[in-house]
Design a protein around this ligand. Structure first.
Ligand code: 5GP
Length: 205
């Protein structure tokens, strides 16, 4: 039976690389990644219809009015929405679907689709997250500050997700994700304990 997975993570946690590794794995034959609509500006390395469908605000509003989104949310001043028809038809064709959404989107999808599995990727610490955001050299200091404070907000919702995956190192986080997505086994109790310790630590800071 095809399954819907929703993956969220604070910006800079390594979510996109992990999801790409999952999609490139040989077990991913029956797994597809949802392509969202957004009103944000296209980046140099992006193509319309590949990373996102890039829309003007009035086009996005029209889709809201026509009830075309499974969920939509405003993130960092831009709108993002998940096309409902694509998700439903892809699942009915027997493909598992992964949606990469912000926390609000994940919570909305879980409400509309209780059988969906929700996964939250966390950094081992804020120091690690700040380090990654600085290293990727994509954002100014002010932007990094903004992303860190948004991360703190988002991490408050960590307990609302079914699975917590700690990205302390790529291979272990990948193994956790692969076990959830490909073998339905969940994650080991050792990794679960690590994630809940990290979450407690993050919530305390
Ligand atoms: P970016 O603009 O960097 O690609 O994405 C910014 C944030 O928007 C990420 O947290 C991403 O997961 C989230 N996002 C992408 N598509 C959707 C969507 O369709 N709905 C929601 N709620 N969030 C999305």
């Amino acid at each position: 039976m095809a399954h819907l997975f929703v993956i969220s993570a604070p910006s800079g946690t390594g979510k996109t690389s992990l999801i790409h590794a999952i999609l490139n794995d040989e077990m991913s034959e029956k797994t597809k990644l949802g392509i969202s609509c957004t009103t944000r500006k296209i980046r140099d390395d992006e193509e319309n219809g590949v990373s996102y469908f890039f829309l003007k605000e009035d086009e996005f509003s029209q889709k809201i009015n026509d009830d075309e989104f499974l969920e939509f949310a405003e993130v960092f001043g831009n709108f993002y929405g998940t096309p409902k028809a694509w998700v439903l038809s892809t699942l009915s064709e027997g493909y598992n679907v992964i949606l990469e959404l912000d926390v609000q989107g994940a919570i909305q999808v879980k409400k509309a689709f209780p059988e969906a599995t929700t996964i939250f990727i966390i950094p081992p610490s804020y120091a690690d997250l700040e380090n990654r955001l600085s290293k990727r050299n994509q954002d100014s200091q002010a932007e990094i500050k903004k992303r860190l404070s948004k991360a703190k907000e988002e991490i408050k919702s960590g307990e609302d997700f079914e699975y917590l995956v700690t990205n302390d190192n790529f291979d272990s986080a990948f193994a956790d994700l692969a076990s959830i997505v490909f073998s339905n086994k969940g994650i080991s109790s050792e990794r679960k304990n690590l994630a809940s310790k990290c979450l407690d630590h993050l919530l305390d800071h």
